[in-house]
Design a protein around this ligand. Structure first.
Ligand code: GLP
Length: 236
């Protein structure tokens, strides 16, 4: 594991964007696994800026996102599809038909999950997976559990996750209680994993996840077994 401690969120974002853009430069047709949450916002802004000035070309890149709330369609401003469109895809020269987010409004959720794993496989797997981390150690929406779940699946969100994410909704009651998430199989089979975390509030969980025991009670801890993991942490 490459654990990089930086001093500011700006530095974290610049380092993360440099790694992602490096991946795209090395393999212009690569598959990027992308994440939502507040952590990647700075990274996405820098990627968009680099694209704007012609430093990097996303025209052949494909993306797969980690997760989506059940019941929110792409027009809902808190859906992860909306988040990705507005914070990244609308600002770079990517072909939108090459961007994938699980469909939280699918009629047959089990079939949607199965199809999502098949899609990742058909794309040839993920070259670089970007991750944030929840306060309870979740990655994507893989919540603390008694076992690591391999496939894309439907999850019931923990109270602490609903509470943390309620800041984006009008009220706590508006936060969906369930979501679809890529499982640990999809995440761990990515060729490279880049996890970013910032803020004093994430310090304890970062220590537990990367320097504590590997346990499904701290889902991100499984990443210690990944052969090509970079973690960038900024306390500020
Ligand atoms: C959500 C997302 C995660 C993300 C987490 C942390 O629950 N499903 O993928 O990592 O939030 O978000 P933030 O970066 O805002 O702390």
């Amino acid at each position: 594991m490459d654990f990089i401690k930086v001093n500011t969120y700006e530095e974290l974002s610049a380092r993360a964007a440099a790694i992602i853009c490096g991946q795209v430069a090395m393999k212009p047709q690569c598959v990027l696994g992308l994440a939502t949450g507040s952590s990647p916002l700075g990274t996405y802004a820098i990627m968009a800026e680099k694209n704007k000035v012609g430093e990097i070309d996303f025209s052949r890149v494909k993306t797969v996102n980690l997760d989506e709330y059940v019941g929110l369609d792409s027009n809902h401003d808190q859906s992860y599809r909306y988040f990705m469109n507005h914070n990244l895809f609308h600002h770079i020269n990517i072909d939108k038909s090459n961007t994938y987010v699980p469909n939280g409004c699918a009629k047959d959720i089990a079939a949607e999950c199965e199809a999502y794993d098949k899609l990742i496989e058909s794309l040839g797997g993920i070259d670089l997976q970007l991750l944030g981390i929840g306060y309870d150690g979740h990655i994507g929406f893989n919540e603390p559990d008694t076992q690591f779940e391999k496939a894309t699946h439907k999850v019931t969100l923990d109270d602490s996750t609903i509470e943390a994410n309620s800041r984006f909704f009008a009220s706590r009651d508006d936060v969906p209680k369930t979501a679809l998430t890529m499982g640990m199989g999809g995440i761990m089979s990515a060729k490279k994993v880049l996890l970013i975390a910032n803020g004093k509030g994430k310090k304890d969980i970062v220590e537990k996840a990367f320097f504590g025991p590997i346990t499904p009670e701290v889902p991100a801890s499984i990443l210690q077994l990944h052969p090509n993991l970079t973690v960038i942490y900024s306390e500020n």
